[in-house]
Design a protein around this ligand. Structure first.
Ligand code: SF4
Length: 363
């Protein structure tokens, strides 16, 4: 394994950083009409943990520097969101019927006013069930997980991508912190009131270590006498830092689908639920019930007006003409434009309504 590249140096001094922010907040609506013929019970439950929720985007700073990060390159970091914008995001989310927030960054656990946000959510009538999307490093600090749970966090979405130390170092552009991350995962699993799932970016770098990750999750859960957390394999998207490092990270669509399928089967044999994101149904027609996207109703809302808009990520993907005849056209996101530029669309093909309620059952 090659040496990890160093964390990029910021080109903007801290004192001058301003988070430009976004005019929209993204929403994971709770899909009342899951169209799957045979929804997977664990993934359906996971979808309930994280919906209906609005994202509070805290800005860019992070205590890691993952190569696959979907925000723009780390050295252009813009700092934290301005405090008044948080109240506006909460109001917009509530206006859309959300009852919980998803804290995202950057890294939410290093946001200096994190507990003030949780207090503000509580004052706004949203006291619990919030979701923290984290790299897990700070969760290793004694007492922090408990304090977060007491303050309203209900679900920890933790990005544990490997159980292999050199792989972690390379992906995170840091050295020797894998044990700390797993300590954070351990603390989250031991907190009785928390729901935990592992959201693992699938890249060419960590793909060979995913079987070891599955086994390590099982071993840890056995040791702690807790349930094995579901593992969501999120195929790396060609956005932000991941686009810059595409040559190192990205996997051709059919190959990533093959890896995901193999891991679903390994998960079945080990007793771990493996789901996925960013794999289109035509690549894995027998496993559409494992696609987390199919359990969510994603859209965005303009924060200033509260007006519902198409999901902001729609800008990154599209449906080429080959999708027109596909039975999944109405629910599938389509293909990432930059993935299509790189690999073409020979791996994709229209399918029938396989796996959907009025089609053939999927596994
Ligand atoms: S809509 Fe297009 S990308 Fe999606 S499953 Fe169908 S053919 Fe594949």
């Amino acid at each position: 394994m090659s040496e990890p590249s160093p964390r990029p140096k910021p080109v903007v001094p801290w004192s001058e950083r301003r988070y430009v922010g976004r005019t929209v907040a993204d929403i994971h609506g709770r899909r009342q009409d899951v169209l799957l013929a045979e929804p997977h019970a664990v993934l359906q439950q996971l979808a309930q943990w994280i919906t209906p929720a609005f994202y509070i985007d805290l800005g860019r700073p992070c205590n890691s520097a993952c190569l696959y990060c979907a925000v723009p390159p780390h050295e252009d970091a813009q700092g934290w969101v301005a405090w008044p914008e948080i109240a506006a995001m909460i109001a917009a989310g509530q206006a859309c019927g959300c009852d919980r927030a998803i804290l995202i960054g950057g890294e939410p656990t290093v946001y200096p006013r994190l507990f003030e946000i949780l207090a503000l959510l509580k004052q706004s009538g949203l006291p619990r069930d919030h979701v923290m999307m984290t790299n897990g490093l700070r969760l290793a600090e004694p007492g922090l997980v408990h304090d977060l749970a007491a303050a309203g966090i209900g679900t920890v979405h933790i990005s544990v991508d490997t159980a292999d130390s050199p792989t972690y170092d390379r992906l995170s552009r840091s050295k020797g912190r894998l044990a700390q991350q797993w300590q954070g995962l351990r603390a989250a699993l031991l907190e009785p009131s928390l729901q935990v799932y592992d959201y693992c970016a699938l890249t060419a770098i960590n793909a060979p270590t995913i079987p070891g990750l599955l086994r390590a999750l099982v071993d840890l859960a056995d040791k702690l006498q807790v349930k094995v957390p579901p593992l969501i394999l999120a195929v790396a998207k060609p956005i932000g830092d991941a686009l810059r490092h595409a040559d190192e990270l990205l996997i051709a669509p059919a190959d990533s689908a093959q890896i995901v399928e193999t891991m679903i089967e390994l998960g079945n044999s080990l007793g771990v639920t493996v789901g996925f994101r960013n794999v289109q149904a035509c690549l894995l027609p027998d496993h559409v019930a494992r696609s987390v996207d199919y359990y969510l109703d994603d859209f965005s809302v303009e924060v200033a007006s509260g007006v519902r808009e198409p999901y902001s990520h729609t800008a990154y993907w599209h449906h080429p003409p080959l999708c027109e005849a596909c039975g999944h056209r109405g629910i599938c996101t389509g293909i990432y434009r930059d993935l299509e530029k790189r690999y073409g669309h020979a791996d994709f093909h229209a399918i029938d309504r396989q796996g959907l309620r009025d089609g053939r059952a999927g596994g």
